[in-house]
Ligand binder design. Structure first.
Ligand SMILES: Cc1ncc(COP(=O)(O)O)c(C=O)c1O
Length: 478
């Protein structure tokens, strides 16, 4: 496909702006351009075809199945977009007076209340703009709590399992804590004996996602919670996997004290590729005084921003947070209502359906019922035919499916982490299974086809490190 500069023809225009008949202001000496900018020159049809062509090279949840484990790529209902585009929400200004944006504040307050209820905790801040920022906020809250108790210098360690998402150890380091790793056992649970040896008066807390990144529910979670609470430590829940448990079990009831949501995953937002996110944080009552300010509160029938929280950790983001995400999440949750449980149950059912159909063609490292996602290994294909998880992922693109997450979690070699979500029809799940089974058969019959895949895409196998680190976005003119 040609670049827009390569399509450019001198003098072509997509439109003309009528002369406004106004005087042309003087540009001060030295501030004007010496030459006009070299912008591409195209007629409107070419321009439209160029951008439409580019958009068609993209892959999104609206164009196909996107089982990217841990990312919860579910369909984004159009009603969300309808609601977020209502002028009262769309045209808000962040400096608007509180009395002029009561509806927006009410929506934020209601969302806080609903989120607290879903996870069984007491208070919520909507400020953080991503799961990872929610993690840093949560750990900063932990610090504030222990500082207030005079235990900040004593409690220096955060325990995380070796299945943790990469953002967890990064957040631990950024929050100034020392990381202590705990192993998982042969069933994919935290190894409780290993854990006991690592928790003590020096421990600030545990950081865990449940179900884990293996898609497995921590079978001894209440025992684990007791180990930390008995040692005076706290439990942090990485809520990225909340899609598995809504309306079924609540992290607050499991013993977690602080949690972040990935509103953009569980409650549907067009995320990915840097799209908008929200990492709202929920806390138990003992942590509430430290929440970032301002907090949205209700006084009788009115809503306001409460800045008077002397123990607050302060702001973690400008203004009220990613407001458009709040509106979509609120619309999504209200659409499901009490049926939110069915959402999670269907997500779990879909994952188990795929697992049951694929388990004989690939290796299953932890042979248990899964939650909303599961991890297979391509180790058998590598051993027998030299075909890797990356080859399988690339070949799936020829079948018009987005690849699953690969090589994560790190404890599974040749890992493929598959998350179908609740929004996929059984026909789609079946088509995906047929593709995965065909690829496994092809690994035996014609492994080179997989090694050279994808065959049907404009870009085949770029050097991914180079593409990420040396992104060329500047056109070099002759
Ligand atoms: C388990 C887990 N934790 C945390 C995060 C971080 O969330 P975000 O991408 O919104 O920063 C992710 C994101 O993929 C995740 O899967």
């Amino acid at each position: 496909m040609k670049l827009i500069y390569e399509r450019s023809q001198a003098g072509r225009r997509a439109g003309t702006v009528p002369d406004p008949g106004l005087p042309v202001p003087e540009v001060p000496e030295g501030l004007g351009r010496s030459q006009p900018p070299r912008l591409p020159e195209l007629a409107e049809p070419e321009l439209v075809r160029h951008w439409t062509g580019l958009s068609q090279r993209n892959f999104g949840i609206d164009t196909g199945f996107y089982p990217l484990g841990s990312c919860t790529m579910k369909y984004n209902p159009r009603v969300n977009e309808r609601v977020v585009g209502l002028p009262g929400f769309r045209d808000l200004h962040p400096y608007q007076e509180e009395e002029d944006c009561q509806g927006a504040l009410e929506l934020m307050w209601r969302l806080q209340e609903i989120l607290a209820e879903i996870v069984g905790l007491h208070a919520v801040t909507l400020q953080p703009a991503a799961g990872s920022q929610g993690e840093l906020t949560g750990l900063t809250l932990m610090r504030a709590y222990f500082a207030d108790r005079g235990e900040l210098d004593q409690r220096r360690e955060i325990v995380i399992p070796d299945t943790a998402h990469g953002t967890n150890p990064a957040s631990v380091a950024m929050a100034g804590y020392t990381l202590v790793k705990v192993q998982v056992d042969e069933r994919g649970n935290i190894d409780v004996d290993d854990l006991r040896a690592k928790v003590g008066p020096q421990t600030a807390g545990l950081m865990l996602t449940n179900p884990s990144t293996l898609g497995l529910f921590e079978e001894r979670i209440t025992e684990i919670a007791a180990i930390f609470h008995d040692a005076g430590a706290l439990l942090y829940y990485d809520g990225a996997n909340l899609n598995a448990v809504c309306g079924i079990s609540r992290p607050g009831d499991m013993g977690f004290d602080i949690l972040h949501f990935n509103l953009h995953k569980t409650f549907s937002q067009p995320h990915g590729g840097g799209g908008p996110g929200a990492g709202s944080v929920a806390v138990r009552d003992i942590i509430e005084p430290y929440l970032p300010t301002p907090v949205v509160v209700r006084d009788g029938g009115t809503y306001r921003l409460d800045h008077e929280r002397p123990k607050s950790i302060g702001r973690v983001r400008g203004f009220g947070g990613p407001f458009g995400v709040f509106v979509r999440a609120y619309a999504f949750i209200r659409m499901w209502g009490p049926g939110l449980r069915e959402m999670s149950e269907t997500a779990v059912l879909n994952a188990n359906y795929l697992l049951a159909r694929l388990r004989d063609a690939y290796e299953l490292p932890y042979d248990r019922l899964c939650m909303h996602e599961f991890v297979l290994s391509a180790r058998n294909l590598k051993r027998e035919h030299g075909v890797t998880a990356l080859d399988v992922a690339k070949r799936l693109m020829d079948h018009n499916f987005h690849p699953p997450t690969v090589y994560f979690p790190l404890v599974v070699p040749e890992a493929m982490m598959i998350e179908p979500t609740e929004t996929e029809a059984v026909e789609t799940l079946d088509e995906f299974c047929e593709a995965m089974l065909a690829i496994a058969a092809e690994a035996a019959d014609d492994p080179q086809q997989l090694k050279d895949a994808p065959h049907s895409r404009p870009v085949s196998r770029p050097d991914e490190a180079l593409a990420a680190k040396r992104l060329v976005v500047r056109h070099e003119f002759d």
